[in-house]
Design a protein around this ligand. Structure first.
Ligand code: NAP
Length: 496
């Protein structure tokens, strides 16, 4: 006798903060039959995978957390990575999410079944999991980028990408190279330099670094936050306002506030001038593109590292790798025994979406995005993909703290699913017209941004896709995004 397969309320892919936020929203709406599929062996997404030395959040912690689940006990203004992972665990336990999670399950594809009217999600092991709703929360920075450098596979020493950090490797006394100077390298380099005998940093593109007003949160303040949560909400408000200002003035309204952007450049340049002694090194560390074209970062310890005699900054392009050295285009052999890859993530080739998603009439999401424009209504919904929330979509990333994105998506889902419930509908699909309208508005807004008007050609920024369009960030204020998430016209969706 064959059993009827279970159709779950929803299948969520990804057990990071995004997937957990979505699960909390669904649970609050009474959807309890959820399955959260996660490729890693534990929850936490980024904060489970990344364990490199120096890992910390670079958005103030009071802001980088769920607004409905404040943590009064962050030890620093910018909490270390391990505390973020602990916070993920706490949220999963408190909101009873663990029982929905299955780890070590890699999803390959999802297909809308037109006849049965549900999603069929296929895993690498060939298992098929069915859900009325599909939600992908697979992150943007989740597919590590291995640099394609000739000969890299011949290297005989230790090789580690920052997402695959092995704590058992003792770096003491080693001659190491770090390739990359993004936000990860900025955290890693000062942390490992003191242990190394020799460190060469291979920089292709310099990064804007501003001071970080970090410090421990005194126990008395932590107790105050716990006793009077309003005080932490105020701290959150201050952090969010500063980030919003940076984003709205420095990035989105560049046309009108170029002066603000230049101020940020001067602030970062002065920071470097105060911290780096050698003028030649300073010149190399100075970006040649506008502030904001590429994600800037904050650090008080990155620049001074380059004053240390055993730390070298190499800007000559890498030609190839040999078993015991990196050879630059000028023929210099940099002998090393350890190769540390802070080379970031591949966003546009392998994400968007991270798995194959096939909607109505066989529409393949990845193919459609690449052949047309990258687009998604309010950063969550796509025409011909019924009952699908694509949480890592073009134009979904709102503001600098990822929690703004997560919470506006939670609001969006809540508004839509509540309206469906009221009308007795079981399916939603965003209309072509609403999607086109949203896309046109985002493209129009981008015209004022640093991405369109700044000097970004040399930035090599992952904000831009393969068509040269900056379709990652949502070009509206975060307040605007949150407002729209609770007010968008329900008629933008066809409900059946
Ligand atoms: P990233 O910003 O993409 O930086 C990767 C670096 O590797 C770049 O400097 C890049 O140079 C270089 N690179 C890549 N391939 C190379 C090659 N073949 N040869 C030479 N150089 C190469 O990645 P990331 O530093 O991991 O940061 C990614 C994002 O993670 C950040 O922007 C941030 O959003 C997030 N992050 C956040 C925190 C936090 O505290 N919240 C901490 C770390 C990271 P090019 O620029 O020339 O391509």
């Amino acid at each position: 006798m064959s059993r009827t397969p279970t159709v779950h309320d929803a299948v969520i892919i990804g057990a990071g903060f995004g997937g957990m936020g979505a699960a909390i929203a669904l649970r609050r709406l009474g959807h309890d039959d959820l399955v959260i599929l996660e490729r890693e062996d534990d929850l936490g997404g980024t904060w489970h995978v990344n364990r490199y030395p120096g890992l910390a959040v670079d958005i103030p912690s009071a802001t980088y957390s769920y607004s409905f689940e404040p943590n009064p006990y962050w030890s620093r203004l910018y909490a270390p990575g391990a505390e973020l992972k602990k916070y993920c665990d706490h949220v999963a336990t408190k909101y009873d999410l663990r029982r929905h999670m299955r780890f070590g399950v890699t999803v390959e594809s999802a297909r809308w079944d037109e006849e049965a009217r549900h999603w069929a999600v296929t895993t690498r092991d060939g298992e098929v999991v069915l859900g009325r709703y599909l939600l992908t929360a697979t992150g943007f920075l989740s597919q590590p980028k291995m640099p394609e450098i000739p000969g890299i596979e011949t290297f005989e020493g230790t090789v580690m990408h920052t997402t695959k950090w092995d704590d058992s490797v003792d770096l003491t006394g080693r001659r190491a190279a770090v390739i990359g100077t993004g936000a990860t390298a900025v955290q890693l380099i000062p942390e490992i330099a003191p242990r190394l005998a020799e460190l060469t940093v291979f920089q292709r593109t310099a990064i804007w670094v501003t001071p970080k007003s970090d410090g421990p949160v005194p126990k008395a303040i932590q107790r105050l936050y716990a006793r009077v949560p309003l005080t932490q909400r105020v701290a959150r408000g201050v952090g969010s306002t500063a980030l919003e200002g940076l984003m709205v003035l420095g990035v989105l309204h560049y046309r009108r506030f170029k002066a603000f952007n230049r101020m940020a450049e001067r602030w970062a340049t002065r920071h470097m001038e105060r911290q780096v002694k050698d003028p030649k090194t300073r010149r190399k560390l100075t970006p040649d593109y506008s502030f904001g074209c590429k994600r800037p970062t904050f650090s008080n310890t990155y620049y001074p590292t380059f004053n240390q005699p055993h730390v070298h900054l190499e800007t000559t392009p890498i030609a190839h790798v040999e078993p015991d050295a990196i050879v630059t285009e000028d023929g210099t052999r940099h002998e090393i025994d350890t190769l540390l890859l802070a080379t970031g993530f591949n966003l546009w080739d392998v994400n968007f979406p991270a798995i194959e998603v096939i909607g109505r009439e066989g529409r393949n999401l990845g193919k459609w995005w690449r052949e047309n424009r990258f687009q998604a209504y309010e950063g969550v919904a796509v025409p011909k993909f019924p009952n699908y929330f694509s949480l890592n979509s073009p134009y979904s990333y709102s503001g600098l703290s990822y929690f703004t994105t997560i919470e506006s998506q939670m609001k969006h889902m809540t508004r839509l699913l509540t309206a469906m419930e009221k009308r007795g509908a079981t399916e939603f699909e965003v209309t072509e017209e609403a999607n086109a309208r949203f896309l046109a508005r985002m493209r129009h807004n981008l015209e004022d941004s640093v991405f369109a008007l700044g000097s970004c050609a040399t930035a090599r920024s992952y904000y831009y896709n393969q068509h040269g369009e900056a379709t990652l960030l949502r070009p509206t204020s975060t307040l605007g995004a949150l407002r729209e998430a609770s007010r968008f016209p329900i008629s933008d969706y066809a409900l059946t």
